[in-house]
Design a protein around this ligand. Structure first.
Ligand SMILES: C[S@@+](CC[C@H](N)C(=O)[O-])C[C@H]1O[C@@H](n2cnc3c(N)ncnc32)[C@H](O)[C@@H]1O
Length: 155
């Protein structure tokens, strides 16, 4: 299973970097998980739609070839952790890499959203992108634990 989390924003608070590192180090070698970060666009010189388009281009450039694109958005579907694990398993069976995409301060460009294979919500609340990263990595780790009957997940 090859999973990428592609997220806008190079500089995150220390607590978020530490939490992401913690989860990234938990995965065994058969699940190749990577966090790819792309630079947020300067918001002082361009309009917000242009900023979002530029960030979308950086995200597209960071996506693995032929990836299943999962857009992270508070308006997306909200499966249980068990259903998410089953979905990740089905995607993995397709033999394609999976890319979860986290936007910047203004969200994700509508053009990129339209290319999504799936739109996933972590909560109905709007989360800061640093927190979205940490929660997403934790849920992917939980998916791994569910699919491998590891005691991290307790129903
Ligand atoms: C600060 S939020 C941007 C909020 C933006 N106003 C919007 O409408 O999407 C930054 C990114 O974090 C992710 N995010 C925030 N809350 C989320 C949630 N509840 N579920 C899934 N992803 C979320 C999304 O990818 C979003 O683009």
């Amino acid at each position: 299973m090859k999973i990428s989390v592609v997220a806008v924003g190079l500089k995150m608070p220390k607590w978020a970097d530490e939490a992401c590192e913690d989860y990234l180090h938990r995965f065994p070698s058969d699940w190749k998980l990577e966090l790819k970060t792309v630079k947020a666009e300067d918001r002082n010189t361009r309009t917000i739609p242009k900023v979002m388009q530029a960030e979308a281009e950086r995200i597209r450039a960071a996506l693995p070839k032929d990836a299943i694109k999962v857009i992270m958005d508070e308006r997306g579907a909200d499966p249980t952790s068990t259903k998410l694990a089953q979905q990740i398993n089905r995607w993995g069976d397709q033999g394609r890499p999976i890319a979860f995409i986290i936007g910047g301060a203004d969200g994700i460009d509508p053009g990129l959203k339209a290319e999504a294979d799936f739109t996933l919500r972590l909560s109905s609340l709007t989360l800061p992108h640093a927190m979205a990263r940490v929660l997403l990595l934790e849920q992917i780790y939980r998916s791994w634990s569910l699919l491998h009957n590891h005691p991290y997940h307790r129903a």
